[in-house]
Each structure stands twice: as C-alpha cells, then as structure tokens.
Design a protein around this ligand. Structure first.
Ligand code: HEM
Length: 357
C-alpha cells in the first residue's frame, strides 16, 4: 500500500491541526523586550480603537440617510428607534476621541524615541499619511451629525476649497452638482477614507515587520539592568499581541463606561448664515489662527503642520536615539507641540470669531 502523502498524513492534537492550517505559532517570533511597554503598544491600541470604530460605524450606517432633507430624521431614528443606536453612537463618538489621542501619543513616542530614523523614514511618511486619513475621518464624521456645528464645518470645507482654487475643486459642491456635498462627505467617511486608511495601514504594518521595531532609545540601561537581574531580555510577538489586547480591553471598558455616562451631544437643527459654534478639539488650534488671520490661517497652518511632520526624518538625521543627544531637534518640535496646545486652549476659552462669508 502506498504511504500517505506527508501533508495529508494524520497529525496529533486539535490545536496542532489548527496551527498547521493557520500558522499561529509562526507569530511567536522574537520582538525586543521594550515592545511590551505601553509606549510601544500605542500603535496597536489605536488599531483596536479602529476596530471598534469600524464595527459601530457599520451598524450606524444601516440607519443613516445621507440626503440633506432626511439626515436629521435619520439621526433621530438612530437615537430613539434603532436597536442599540443610542449606545453605539456614543461608543463611536468616544472611540473616535480616544483613537485621535492614541494616534497623537503614538506619533509623539516615535518622534521622541527617534523611531523614524534610518531605515524607517519611509514608514514615518506612511504614518503622516495615516494621520491625514484619521483627521479626514474625524472631520467628515463631525459633518455627518448635521447640527449647527456640522453645517459650519461644512461651510469651512466649501470656503477653504474656494481659497485653494484649482486644487480645491474636488472638495467643492460644483465638482458633482447633482449630488449634495453632505452625501459626498458620507461617501468619503464610509468608503474613500477607510479604504485609504486600510491600504496605508497594510504598508505601515508590512514595513514594521520588515524592519522590526526600532531599538529602544534607552536600551543600554534597561537591557543591562535586566540581564543583571537574570530576567529575559526578549519577548515574542504573540506575547506582544497579548499585551496590546489587554490594554485594548481596559480601553474598551473605559469606552463602555464613557458611552453610558456621557452621551455624545447633538446640537440644534442647523441654520445657514450664522457662525456660533466651535469645532471639535483636534481642530481648535487652527480655529485660533482663523480668529486672527481668517480662513487663510486654517489652510496654510494646516499645510505647514503636515509639512513640518513630513520633514522630521530630514531634520534629525544623526544616528543617535537618546533624547539627550537630540536636544535642539526635540526642543523645536516640543515648542511646536506646546504652541498647538496653547492655541487650542486659547480657542476653547476665547469668543469665537467670524470666519465665513
Ligand atoms: C493611524 C494610526 C496608526 C496606527 C494604527 C499605527 C500602528 C503602528 C504600530 C502597531 C506600530 C508598532 C509599534 C507601536 O505600536 O508603537 C507602529 C510603528 C510606527 N509608526 Fe505607526 N501607526 C499609526 C500612525 C502613525 C503616525 C501618525 C506616525 C507618524 C507620523 C507613525 C509612525 C510610525 C513609525 C515610524 C513606526 C516604527 C517606529 C518603531 O519601530 O519604533 N505611525 N505604528
């Protein structure tokens, strides 16, 4: 009798059979020990947040009608009639806040520990693209709820597109006159931007796998200390996933609590021709500049900020990771970050100016 083919021969144990087919144990490759800290898990935690946003967003989209004449009625039906709609809208709102925070903290961690240095410069730029897609999702999301703040955000979009001339055409109502801009913003929020984010994310993760995690900026101390104590200095990727999952679960608990305790606001039905609201917190620093120099401030400062981020790998090209050897660079970007926080606080408490029209 012919011997069975080695690949079809029975092999012992259920988990072994599953592993043979799904290759789970291949994920047990070594990662540096510092991967297990929260600072180096913030990218993974952002991913967990995105998963919450996608799942809750799919549910909300079943009940949302993006035609301007129906949108408010559909918002009311999400809040009052759709199963779980009230809670899931709150969850979507809070998850968006948390993801925005974790993405920014992740960016700051990479900046502070020099994680963008050779050979990771390209992945830093992919990260800048991910930030742009995230901000785009936050902006389009604010417009969809269609209250006064949403209308004013949409009008900012229209006037900024006008200011940009030819480059702004795609974002103007004239680009597709038969389809209302609100409806196109819905398409951007549920398909264009998530698809862009997914592609960039795939490249980001592939490059992380290719290069491995950057060495710790504080490696010499922590590795030596751990060796002296006889502790292992490496971990494996499955353990890292476990750590990210644990942080993710704690975060999810926090989100559920926030969603139950502090419902997302929905302002009054929008009225054209008045400007009485302030934008969501990530846009407050730009709003402050608008107060001083008009809508131009929003457009040019936004572009300058992304340019400043894109230039990071060019401006800090030394081989050093430890902050004490990169003082000038860190002071400049630290001051920029402080200026943004200051502008945001100013905009929060100062009276809002008139920027439109
Ligand atoms: C939009 C969401 C993002 C997700 C889900 C994400 C995900 C990740 C993950 C899982 C890692 C592995 C290490 C870690 O978790 O810290 C990582 C590393 C990295 N990320 Fe992101 N990231 C995002 C945005 C960004 C942004 C905005 C930047 C910078 C502008 C950036 C730049 C980098 C770089 C350069 C690395 C490699 C650094 C190292 O090896 O230490 N990422 N990212």
């Amino acid at each position: 009798m012919a011997a069975p083919h080695p690949q079809t021969a029975p092999s012992g144990g259920f988990w072994r059979a599953v592993d043979e087919r799904l290759g789970i144990s291949a994920l047990r490759y070594e990662v540096p020990e510092h991967a297990q800290g929260l600072a180096y898990s913030l990218g993974g935690v952002s991913l967990v947040g995105f998963a919450v946003l996608v799942l809750s967003g799919i549910w909300l989209a079943q009940f949302y009608d993006p035609m301007p004449q129906h949108v408010r009625a559909s918002m009311d039906s999400i809040l009052r009639e759709a199963p779980g709609g009230f809670f899931l809208r709150n969850l979507h709102y809070w998850a968006a806040n948390v993801v925005m925070v974790t993405v920014l903290l992740h960016l700051l961690r990479v900046l502070f520990t020099g994680g963008f240095k050779r050979p990771r410069e390209g992945n830093w730029l992919v990260g800048v693209g991910l930030l742009a897609a995230t901000v785009g999702l936050v902006f389009t999301g604010t417009v969809l709820k269609w209250d006064q703040e949403a209308l004013e955000a949409l009008q900012h979009n229209v006037e900024a597109a006008e200011l940009l001339g030819g480059i702004g055409t795609f974002f103007s109502p004239q680009f597709a006159e038969r389809i209302p801009l609100l409806t196109r913003i819905f398409t951007a929020h549920v398909s264009v931007l998530p698809a862009l984010l997914a592609v960039l994310l795939a490249v980001h993760l592939l490059l992380i796998k290719l290069h491995g995690l950057a060495p710790s900026a504080f490696a010499s101390r922590s590795a030596a200390t751990r060796k002296t104590a006889g502790e292992p200095t490496r971990a494996n990727f499955l353990q890292h996933l476990g750590v990210v999952g644990a942080y993710g679960l704690v975060g999810l608990g926090g989100l559920v609590f926030l969603s139950a305790a502090l419902p997302a606001q929905l302002g009054p039905v929008p009225v054209e021709g008045v400007e009485v609201t302030k934008p969501w917190w990530p846009f407050l620093p730009l709003f402050a500049l608008e107060n001083w120099i008009g809508l131009r401030g929003l457009v040019w400062a936004g572009a300058a900020l992304f340019l400043a981020l894109a230039l990071v790998p060019l401006l800090d090209r030394s081989p050093y990771l430890h902050p004490s050897r990169r003082v000038a660079f860190l002071v400049i970007y630290g001051l920029l970050a402080l200026a943004l926080v200051g502008l945001g606080l100013y905009a929060k408490f100062a009276p809002g100016g008139v920027h439109l029209g």
